[in-house]
Ligand binder design. Structure first.
Ligand code: C2E
Ligand code: CA
Ligand code: CA
Ligand code: CA
Length: 279
């Protein structure tokens, strides 16, 4: 009936209003969170096929006073839309570099690499290179132990300028990994021109490989591409021994995933490293 239709639409609009209000509240909370130190970095260990730890990826967490631990999937996009990612991303870089500098003090951890995710908004800022170099200088971390994870869409924005910016950091020793590789637009035409040291196979392919679909062929193809271009290849999201076997068969030598370790807060990471080096 007409009345029911009207009710439905009113109800729907109320839902919209609630979503807009929730978003505004989230934005206000995010602005406050940075000032109040509610963000944390957790670190997910990465390793080779013999399960020797090679480094870790820094992953952002938000310890919300009421909601508890909030994963980045629930707030990163909004920080990007609102520009909050600029100060937040700078905090991430400095915090990850500080951890990296602490690793340098211990012979067991001095070789480890730190991978840091970088948003397009951060990367395309004119002062991005300075920001990275400042984070390294402030903390005393070595540039050649830092690896920045970029996405395909970020690289597509302005290829020439992007390559120039990457080359600048590359000269200082900073490495680059192409994250979520295979999920974005095909970048094969300029891939060989990018100063990349790593391709990261998206976990969707690792999972597809396990279920016997095209993922297995994709893992093979990306590993072969990496070999041809002399770029190392890392698989992410490896959860099972069967998945590990498939990426090994595919020719991929590095991985990260729950099978080796979940992302860990700094003290648990330290315990993990100590236990790993005893083994
Ligand atoms: P990503 O860069 O692809 O990071 C890998 C994600 O996969 C992480 O989710 C990690 O916890 C999860 N993961 C790792 N191994 C496994 C596994 O074996 N199984 C499953 N199911 N998941 C696994 P997380 O921490 O929720 O991060 C989600 C995304 O948020 C990241 O995806 C990245 O795009 C973004 N992100 C995280 N930290 C930062 C940051 O500091 N800056 C920026 N710009 N983005 C970040
Ligand atoms: Ca990543
Ligand atoms: Ca990824
Ligand atoms: Ca991803």
């Amino acid at each position: 009936s007409k009345a029911a239709g009207r009710n439905t639409s009113t109800w729907f609009e109320a839902g919209m209003e609630q979503r807009v209000a929730a978003r505004a509240a989230l934005e206000a909370d995010l602005r406050q969170a940075l000032g109040e130190g509610q963000f944390e970095l957790h670190y997910q260990p990465q390793c080779d096929l013999r399960r020797q730890m090679t480094g870790a990826e820094a992953l952002l967490r938000w310890r919300h006073p009421q909601r508890g631990m909030v994963p980045p999937g629930e707030f990163i996009a909004l920080t990007e839309e609102t520009g909050i990612i600029i100060p937040l991303g700078s905090w991430v870089l400095r915090t990850a570099c500080a951890q990296l500098a602490r690793w340098a003090d211990d012979a067991r951890t001095a070789q480890l690499r730190m991978a840091v995710n970088v948003s397009a908004q951060q990367f395309h800022r004119p002062d991005f290179v300075e920001q990275v170099l400042a984070a390294l200088a402030e903390t005393g971390a070595r540039a050649d132990r830092l690896k920045l994870e970029l996405t395909e869409s970020l690289l597509l924005k302005d290829v020439e300028a992007t390559i120039a910016r990457m080359e600048l950091l590359r000269t200082e020793g900073v490495g680059f990994s192409l994250d979520d590789f295979g999920t974005g637009y095909s970048s094969l035409s300029y891939l060989h021109r990018l100063p990349l040291e790593q391709l990261k196979i998206d976990r969707s392919f690792v999972w597809d490989a396990d279920s016997g679909r095209h993922g297995k062929a994709i893992v093979h193809t990306i590993a072969g591409l990496g070999k041809a271009l002399r770029i190392e290849v890392m698989a992410e999201g490896v959860e099972t021994e069967a998945q590990l076997e498939l990426i090994r068969e595919g020719g991929c030598h590095l991985f990260q995933g729950y099978l080796y370790s979940r992302p860990l807060p700094p003290d648990a990471l330290q315990a993990f490293i100590e236990q790993a080096s005893l083994a």
